[in-house]
Design a protein around this ligand. Sequence first.
Ligand code: TZP
Ligand code: MG
Length: 208
Amino acid sequence: MFNRRLYLVISEESCKGRDLVTVAKAAVKGGVDLIQLREKQLDNPAFLERALRLKEALVASRVPLIINDNLWVAQQCCAAGIHVGNSDIPPLSIRVQWPSCGILGYSIEYEKQIYTAEARASDYLALSPIFATPTKTDTVTEWKLEGISKIRALTDKPLVAIGAIHEGNAADVIKAGADCLAIVSAICGAADPEKAAAAIRLQIEKAL
Ligand code: TZP
Ligand code: MG
């Protein structure tokens, strides 16, 4: 079952020159309960090396590691799951190629996608993006709070909200119907990632 609330989406670049594992561990201390490694620039061996290092560092905390968009890396490091978007390997295909995949996340950009077999094959749907964000600029539209509520009424799938979420809007995003908040810069780019994660976690708990 997917019962995670604060989802860190991390890359070396997002950590502003700091060690990714150090940032991830601090974020976990602050209340992050799911982590996705999202590396767009690395070749497979370098991606795998980073994934293994991060996974090892997370063992004691039992926080699951999800790999973005690379089935080979996800399988090689025995990740807890994989996250894919619209232009990546389709979820149905992942179910065939990796039957033991634990958590399969799928980003959706249009309402009609929730009625597809791909969405049904997924464990959670990520609404991407909730608000426009400089972290990812090749996006189609903004779901905004109204979009979360609309999708909430149409599906029972766990909904992950991503895109420009921070301490100041976290409670509103949860109240609109999101189950979980996925965050890059408000945690990875914060001066104190533990403190930043704890502040967002508090907003989530208060809003639930
Ligand atoms: N997918 C949709 S928005 C986004 C991704 C990976 C980036 C979110 O980053 P931030 O810094 O939390 O806005
Ligand atoms: Mg992708």
